[in-house]
Design a protein. Structure first.
Length: 273
């Protein structure tokens, strides 16, 4: 079997006396979406910060293509093809689409050929890259990023990462702030990135979003991998319960949904204190 593009082997992370991650072993494979699930404070963001060179593991190893590597900085991670898209796309609202596409891209080997900023060309390349991902409403590279919808911004950031040769795409809650339609769009783009052979690490709190794109799932509970399973191995209810740390949330959720369906969409009243 081919080595995973990115792997963590027995990774622990402490901040001073606080142990945040315990003995994390995970594989991130080409052409697969790994969904990282877990409740607030479970350690998801800390884990992807280790994958993207922001934090260093206290102990344990990171492997790329089967070889142990260090990722001492975000730049080192990005040079190894690991791209992280933060919430809201990590873009600059007052920049044009063309400019934000090329910002910070130093002309290193295998990357963009632009040593001097060429507005017309930058706009052409950026608009084409975004349109190739199915965002056909974007036609003008001079438009400001701030005028794009949340979903379009996420899509721009993903298209940019793919364009500049990312092999691993890390998305920290890309659909959290989006409406149904925009979230669907982002999910479609995640599928397109996967189809192009990227490995995707996708963090979400929404089980339906995870189930729509995930090939592989890892659930973190208090900094440890509590479950690691493949698509089809668990039901929506089981995943929901795991995400809530093992509590039986799915039945509560179903109860609330049932109540709302029979009460004109109103949620049940809060219990009296
Ligand atoms: N720099 C730090 N120093 C000390 N503790 C930290 C630091 N960063 C994170 N933590 C702690 O580590 C735990 C995990 O945090 P993390 O942000 O990784 O959770 P998360 O799973 O991303 O949560 P959320 O779903 O709310 O985004 C939390 O208890 C947090 O307080
Ligand atoms: Mg987080």
């Amino acid at each position: 079997m081919v080595a995973p593009i990115l792997a963590l082997r027995g990774v622990n992370k402490s901040f001073g006396p606080i142990d945040v991650l315990h003995d994390i072993t995970l594989d991130v494979r080409a052409g697969e979406v790994l969904c990282l699930l877990g409740d607030n404070g479970a350690g998801k963001s800390t884990l992807i910060k280790i994958m993207s060179g922001v934090h260093q593991p206290t102990t344990g190893k990171i492997e790329i293509d089967g070889d142990a590597v260090g990722l001492p900085s975000p730049r080192a991670a990005s040079e190894k093809g690991i791209a992280t898209v933060h919430q809201f796309g990590g873009t600059f609202p007052l920049m044009s689409i063309g400019r934000s596409f090329f910002v910070g891209v130093e002309p290193t080997k295998g990357w963009g050929p632009f040593k001097v900023y060429d507005r017309k060309r930058a706009n052409e390349v950026a608009v084409k890259a975004v349109r190739d991902f199915g965002i056909t409403r974007i036609e003008d590279g001079d438009r400001l990023v701030g005028g794009l919808s949340g979903g379009e911004r996420q899509s721009l950031a993903i298209a940019r990462a793919v364009h500049f040769g990312a092999r691993v795409l890390i998305l920290d809650e890309p659909t959290a702030a989006l409406g149904v339609k925009q979230a669907t769009h982002v999910l479609r783009i995640v599928n397109e990135a996967k189809r192009r052979g990227l490995a995707v690490v996708f963090i979400t709190h929404q089980v339906m979003h995870a189930m729509a794109v995930g090939d592989h799932f890892a659930v973190l509970i208090r900094g440890a991998v509590a479950a690691d399973f493949k698509k089809g191995e668990k039901t929506r209810e089981e995943i929901t319960d795991l995400m809530a740390g093992g509590a039986s949330m799915a039945s509560l959720e179903a109860e609330i949904e049932g109540y709302m369906a029979s009460h004109d969409g109103h949620p049940p009243p809060l219990p009296a204190q």
